[in-house]
Design a protein around this ligand. Structure first.
Ligand code: ZN
Length: 53
């Protein structure tokens, strides 16, 4: 089960369809960081993502 986030109204839910009419998507880790402080988080996210495939 995944928590999905609506990019439009920033609400979270388990269904893709949001009450605002937009579609919820999986929250993504930051694409780029000047520092490496998110590297751990990105790796963790990747590992979890892999497990669910
Ligand atoms: Zn929404």
């Amino acid at each position: 089960m995944h928590i999905l986030k609506c990019p439009k109204c920033n609400s979270y839910g388990l269904t893709e369809k949001c009450g605002c009419g937009s579609k919820r998507v999986r929250p993504k880790p930051p694409k780029y960081s000047p520092e490496d402080k998110y590297a751990k988080y990105r790796r963790k996210w990747k590992e979890e993502h892999k497990k669910n495939v």
